[in-house]
Design a protein around this ligand. Structure first.
Ligand code: COA
Length: 326
């Protein structure tokens, strides 16, 4: 008897874009009252990329999407949907996803943006996975693209040193696979709307004043992050009847080395199985997970058949996880 197959969202391609301009901690220290030592010690960040004028959210998202399509071997006409996660869109509307659609020539797709701050990529995976399994599309681009340099308050040294710009994209394809075959095995999404005041942007186009700046209570965010992220990981493990030992790679949202290490310790995951890029990119919000995932796939660490757990937390608070077999 032939084995029963199930429809899954399989990661078929991945691409990234990083702005040309790299800004080291020492260069940040020329601009604000900080030091390489303080930033490295408290966050693990050594440098970040800052976008030039032409490197908009849509431009970077399109470049990353082109990479994802090229590695998947899929032409833009075959993309059914474009889901773009960002807090820094080019315009309030049309969505940045639709701009990306136009630039790619993905004329058979529909596109929309999602707002879930640093958890945006995980939210995008959750939505795309459900749509693919429901048969609403066969190929979906999930993109995280951010230009946080445009919303940073350079008078606030407690936040401006933490973030960077960039984009990452994956192409998810619906495939009928065996139980132990590839694809997204679970996604879990959460938010807590009583914590909107610890990480936010103090303005938007719908506000009477003007688009604003990022504001954060770093200690409060830190306190919630380790607990909520560890619980998100445990939730994903329990839902899939797994333990931390079964996970080949944890690819966390890259906010802060101390948060990443704290979650790893809580779960008993050795550092060698945790992908870290926060030193090179700083916190690129919705782009950070695909940027980290791409690096570990491209340098050969993440291999076909392995189990990879993604987790993120961001403004909202929002948080969640996605477990996938490569
Ligand atoms: N350079 C030098 N000194 C700085 C500084 C900087 N960039 N930013 C803050 N400081 C100073 C503060 O003014 C304070 O000085 P004081 O003691 O003289 O008042 C001191 O460093 C400690 O500030 P504090 O904010 O208490 O530091 P902290 O140990 O909490 O570290 C963060 C600050 C932001 C690194 C930390 O809270 C954090 O990582 N939070 C999570 C942030 C995050 O990841 N957010 C995104 C989630 S998606």
């Amino acid at each position: 008897m032939s084995e029963r197959l199930r429809r899954r969202a399989v990661l078929a391609g991945i691409g990234t874009y990083l702005p040309e301009k790299i800004v080291s901690n020492a260069e940040m220290a020329e601009r604000v009252d900080t030091s390489d030592e303080w930033i490295t010690e408290r966050t693990g960040i050594r440098q970040r990329h800052f976008a030039g004028r032409h490197e908009t959210c849509a431009f970077m998202g399109t470049e990353a999407a082109r990479g994802a399509l090229a590695t998947a071997g899929i032409v833009p006409e075959n993309v059914g949907a474009i889901i773009l996660a960002t807090s820094t869109p080019d315009q309030a509307f049309p969505s940045t996803a639709v701009h990306v659609q136009g630039m790619l020539g993905a004329k058979n797709a529909f596109g929309f943006d999602i707002s879930a701050a640093c958890s945006g990529f995980i939210y995008g995976l959750g939505i795309a996975e459900a749509m693919l399994r429901a048969g609403q599309a066969n190929h979906i681009l999930v993109i995280g693209s951010e230009v946080y340099s445009r919303i940073l308050n350079f008078a606030d040294r407690g936040t401006c040193v933490l973030f960077g710009d960039g984009a990452g994209a994956v192409l998810l394809s619906a495939r009928d696979v065996a139980e132990d075959g590839p694809g997204i095995l679970s996604t879990h999404l959460h938010s807590d709307g009583t914590l909107t005041d610890i990480l936010y942007v103090d303005g938007a186009v719908g506000q009477p004043d003007k688009p604003g700046h990022l504001v954060m209570n770093g200690r409060e965010v830190f306190r919630h992050a380790v607990t909520l992220l560890a619980s998100a990981v445990n939730e994903a493990l329990a839902a899939n009847d797994l333990t931390a030992k079964d996970i080949d790679w944890l690819v966390p949202h890259q906010a802060n080395r101390r948060i990443i290490d704290g979650v790893g310790r809580k779960l008993g995951l050795p550092q060698e199985r945790v992908v870290v890029t926060v030193d090179q990119h700083a916190n690129t919000s919705a782009a950070s997970i695909p940027l980290a995932l791409a690096q570990a796939i491209n340098d050969g660490r993440i291999k076909p058949g392995q189990l990879v757990l993604l987790e993120a937390l961001g403004g909202g608070l929002t948080w969640g996880s996605a477990l996938l077999r490569m």
